[in-house]
Design a protein around this ligand. Structure first.
Ligand code: MLC
Ligand code: AMP
Length: 505
C-alpha cells in the first residue's frame, strides 16, 4: 500500500541514524528518532478517531514535535492545516469553522478560547506547547513507535493553507500529495541539495516557504536542518559556520546586511542563499554580493502553486528577476482583460500550469473558477514580464495585496475592520515602503461629517479581529479619498503621497 508523500519524504529514511534536526541547544534529532515520534503521533491521531481526509487545524509554535505532527498527518492520511501563530481567536474561528476541522491542536494558553469553537463543530482539542509538551505528546509517549502508513493516492489532499483574498474572505487552498512532492523533488534537484546539506531554518513552519520548500527539499535530499524557533540574528550568525544553505524572506537578508558581523568569512561555509516570498530589491542583491562574494538565488512562488520559477543554480542569477520557470511548470504572460498570451517583453498577468498547481479553494467553486482556468492555468494576480533571455521579472501586482516581511495582508480585510470604527466614514489601506519589512500597512481614514476618529482607540480596537502583522503601522485622516471617474479609490495616488513615510524616518 502506498502513500507517495509519506513514503518519498519520510518513509524512505526509516532506520537512518543520520541527523535530521539540530536544535540550538545542541540536541540532535536523528531521522530514526523523528520517525519514531511521527509514528507515535500518528497513533494518537487515529486513536482520536480521525479518518483519512479529515482536517487537523494546528496553531502551535515551531518545534520538532510540530514538524512531527505534520509528518504524522501525512502518515495517517490526514489533511494538515497550519495556522500563523499571530492569528487571533476571531481569525482562528473562521479557519476552524470553514475547514470543518476534526481536530484543533493549539498551545495550552489558547484552549480556553478555542474549545468552545471546536465544540460547536464536534471537533476535538489537543495541546502542543512551544517546549514540545502538551496533551498530544503526553499521549504519544505511550504509543508504539511504528505505524502502518495509511494508503493514499498522489491526487489526495495533503494540506490546506489559507490565503486571504481581495474580498477580505480567506480561502483554503487545497494542496495534493503530488503538488507538494513534485515541487520538492524538482527544487532539490534544481538547487542541488544533497545529504551533506545543513539548512539554516529560521522561517516559520505555517507557510509554504518554511514548511514545504525548506523542509521538504531537505527531506528529499536526506540532509539536515538547524531548526531555530524563529529569526534571531545573533543565533543565525553563530550557526552559519556549521550550515551550507539558508532560505529566507528579503527581511532576513537586509537584517544580515545591516550587521557588520556578517562578512565574507561569516558566509564562507555557505554554498547557497535563497530568497523568496516577497521582492528582493536588486540593491540588496548587489550589496550581498559585494559583502560576501555570493549571489542570492531568488525564486518565486505562492501558496496555491508552490514554487513556479527560480534563478539558475549554475547559470547567472540575475538581480531583479525571479529566473526561469521550473522544469514541468508552464508560465505565460497574459492580457488581464482578454486572457490572451502577450508577446515576449510585454507586461501582463503571470499564469502558471503544472503539477505544482493546487486543486482549488475548499468549498469555493466560484472563486476557484475565477482564478483557476479549466485548462489548468492559474491566474496568479502578479504582473510580470519575460526578457529576451527568458528570465521572468515581477513588476507589480494586479491584486490589492501588501507583503510585509513575507506575510501577506489583504487591504480589504483591514478596511472592513477600520470602516466599522467610531467616527470613520470610509478607509483605504495601502502598503508603503518600509526599511525592515519591505512594505508596511498604512490606513487612510475619512471622518464621518463633524467627527474626528480617535486613532489610538482604533489601534486598540483592531487587536481583536486582526493579527498584529496586519495592524496599520500608522493611521492618517484625510478629507476625502482620491477617486477616478468610475468612483474607484486611486490607491496609487495614496501610495505615492505616503511613500516616504517610513523611509525618511
Ligand atoms: C513580526 N511582526 C511583523 C512581522 N513579523 N509585522 C509586520 N510584518 C511582519 N512580517 C510584528 C511583531 O509582532 C512585532 O510586533 C513587531 O512586528 C516587530 O517584530 P520583530 O521582532 O522585528 O519581528 P520578528 O519576530 O523578527 O519577525 C520578522 C520576520 C518574520 C521577518 C523574521 O515576520 C518572518 O519570519 N517572516 C517570514 C514570513 C514567511 O515565512 N513568509 C512566507 C510565506 S509563503 P510589536 O507588537 O512588538 O510591534 C509565500 C510563498 C513563497 O509567500 O513564495 O514563499
Ligand atoms: P502567498 O500567498 O503568501 O503564498 O504569497 C504569494 C505572493 O508572494 C506571490 O503572489 C507574489 O506576489 C509574492 N512573491 C513570492 N515570491 C516573490 C518574489 N521572489 N518576488 C516578488 N514577489 C514574490
Amino acid at each position: 500500500m502506498a502513500n507517495p508523500l509519506y513514503d518519498n519524504l519520510f518513509g524512505k529514511h526509516a532506520g537512518r541514524d543520520a541527523p535530521f534536526l539540530h536544535l540550538v541547544d545542541g540536541t540532535v534529532i536523528s531521522y530514526r528518532d523523528f520517525l519514531a515520534q511521527t509514528a507515535q503521533l500518528a497513533h494518537v491521531l487515529t486513536g482520536l478517531g480521525l479518518s483519512p481526509g479529515e482536517r487537523v487545524a494546528v496553531q502551535v509554535h515551531k518545534s520538532p514535535q510540530a514538524l512531527a505532527l505534520c509528518a504524522a498527518c501525512a502518515q495517517a492520511g490526514l489533511v494538515f492545516l497550519p495556522l500563523n501563530t499571530a492569528y487571533t481567536t476571531d481569525e482562528l474561528t473562521y479557519f476552524i469553522e470553514n475547514s470543518g476541522a476534526a481536530l484543533v491542536v493549539c498551545d495550552a494558553g489558547k484552549t480556553a478560547s478555542l474549545t468552545p469553537v471546536a465544540a460547536g463543530l464536534g471537533a476535538k482539542v489537543e495541546t502542543l506547547n512551544a517546549d514540545g509538551g502538551g496533551s498530544l505528546t503526553d499521549k504519544a509517549a505511550a504509543a508504539p513507535d511504528s505505524f502502518d502508513t495509511v494508503a493514499r493516492n498522489a491526487d489526495d489532499l495533503a494540506a490546506f493553507l489559507y490565503t486571504s483574498g481581495t474580498t477580505g474572505r480567506s480561502k483554503g487552498a487545497m494542496l495534493t500529495q503530488s503538488n507538494l512532492l513534485s515541487n520538492a523533488q524538482t527544487l532539490a534537484q534544481e538547487w542541488q541539495f544533497s545529504a551533506d546539506d545543513v539548512l539554516l531554518h529560521a522561517l516559520p513552519i505555517f507557510h509554504t516557504h518554511g514548511l514545504f520548500v525548506a523542509t521538504n527539499v531537505t527531506l528529499v535530499a536526506g540532509g539536515s536542518m538547524i531548526f531555530m524557533p524563529g529569526f534571531d540574528l545573533d543565533e543565525i550568525l553563530a550557526q552559519m559556520p556549521r550550515a551550507t544553505s539558508m532560505m529566507g524572506v528579503p527581511t532576513f537578508y537586509t537584517r544580515l546586511l545591516d550587521d557588520a558581523r556578517f562578512t565574507k568569512e561569516a558566509a564562507a561555509h555557505m554554498r547557497l542563499f535563497i530568497s523568496g516570498s516577497a521582492p528582493l530589491l536588486a540593491e540588496t542583491h548587489v550589496q550581498f554580493e559585494t559583502r560576501t562574494g555570493q549571489r542570492i538565488l531568488e525564486r518565486y512562488g505562492m501558496t496555491e502553486t508552490n514554487m513556479n520559477t527560480s534563478n539558475p543554480y549554475a547559470g547567472e542569477r540575475r538581480a531583479g528577476t525571479v529566473g526561469f520557470p521550473l522544469p514541468g511548470v508552464e508560465l505565460k504572460i497574459t492580457n488581464p482583460e482578454t486572457g490572451e498570451t502577450l508577446p515576449q517583453g510585454e507586461v501582463g498577468v503571470i499564469e502558471v500550469r503544472g503539477p505544482n498547481v493546487f486543486k482549488g479553494y475548499w468549498q469555493m467553486p466560484e472563486k476557484t473558477a475565477d482564478e483557476l482556468r479549466a485548462d489548468g492555468f492559474f491566474i496568479t494576480g502578479d504582473l510580470g514580464v519575460i526578457d529576451e533571455a527568458g528570465y521572468v521579472s515581477i513588476v507589480g501586482r494586479g491584486k490589492d495585496l501588501i507583503i510585509s516581511g513575507g506575510y501577506n495582508i489583504y487591504p480589504k480585510e483591514v478596511e472592513l475592520v477600520l470602516d466599522e470604527q467610531g467616527g470613520v466614514l470610509e478607509s483605504a489601506v495601502i502598503g508603503v515602503p518600509h526599511p525592515d519589512f519591505g512594505e508596511t500597512v498604512v490606513g487612510v481614514l475619512v471622518a464621518q461629517p463633524g467627527q474626528s476618529p480617535d486613532t489610538d482607540a482604533i489601534m486598540e480596537a483592531v487587536k481583536g479581529p486582526l493579527a498584529r502583522f496586519k495592524h496599520p503601522r500608522r493611521l492618517v485622516v484625510v478629507d476625502s479619498l482620491p477617486r477616478n471617474t468610475m468612483g474607484k479609490v486611486q490607491k496609487n495616488l495614496l501610495r505615492d503621497a505616503y511613500k516616504d513615510m517610513f523611509m525618511l524616518a
